[in-house]
Design a binder for this molecule. Structure first.
Ligand SMILES: [Zn+2]
Ligand SMILES: [Zn+2]
Length: 184
């Protein structure tokens, strides 16, 4: 599916009852985020990065729909990236018949550097519309290079070999249990 100027995948919400609001096109919504990641090296990127956890969540959903597994990997907290299975992300993205996204609740600030997004991702099976309901955690990581801060997804399914007392995987300098450990 190449949605050049079509409605952005993240703007399709099967549960929405609002009439008259115009959904954004892919170009005006998630594409700039996806393109920034594909045009630059992540450590040196000065392209667009998601301003909020919700924005990142939306662009990640669209990346699943458009099968951009690299984007999924690169927007996961750097310490987890090498542990992700790109192949299975790609086949899952391809095999799923995505039907829309509903942001249930965005908590933009939790403590110093975290945020949570509760969402429902809709997908179709031969007989019905199904929902994947999840509460995702995100962490804002400051890069030393350009003093820029970026949101990353914390993947709770990735097994981390880290103890609660070790420095956190996000590089904050705090102990894991006091930082991201509370969210994954
Ligand atoms: Zn979008
Ligand atoms: Zn952390």
């Amino acid at each position: 599916m190449q949605p050049s100027l079509q409605t952005c995948p993240c703007q399709i919400n099967p549960a929405s009852t609002s009439v008259g609001s115009t959904p954004l096109s892919y170009q005006d919504c998630c594409q700039p985020y996806h393109d920034a990641f594909y045009n630059d090296k992540i450590d040196q990127v000065d392209g667009m990065s998601a301003e909020t956890a919700e924005r990142l969540m939306r662009s990640r959903y669209s990346a699943f729909v458009l099968v951009k597994p690299d984007y999924i990997v690169k927007t996961t907290v750097p310490a987890q990236q090498a542990l992700l299975d790109v192949q299975s992300i790609e086949s899952w993205a391809k095999e799923t018949d995505w039907a829309g996204l509903e942001i249930v609740k965005h908590t933009p600030k939790l403590g110093k550097r975290h945020a949570q997004v509760e969402f429902k991702a809709y997908f179709k099976t031969p007989n019905e519309l199904q929902t994947h309901h999840e509460l995702s955690a995100f962490v804002k990581v400051k890069s030393k290079a350009d003093n820029d801060a970026r949101w990353y997804f914390l993947d709770p399914t990735v097994a981390m070999t880290i103890t609660q007392k070790q420095p956190c995987i996000c590089g904050s300098g705090e102990k894991f249990k006091r930082c991201c450990g509370g969210y994954i």
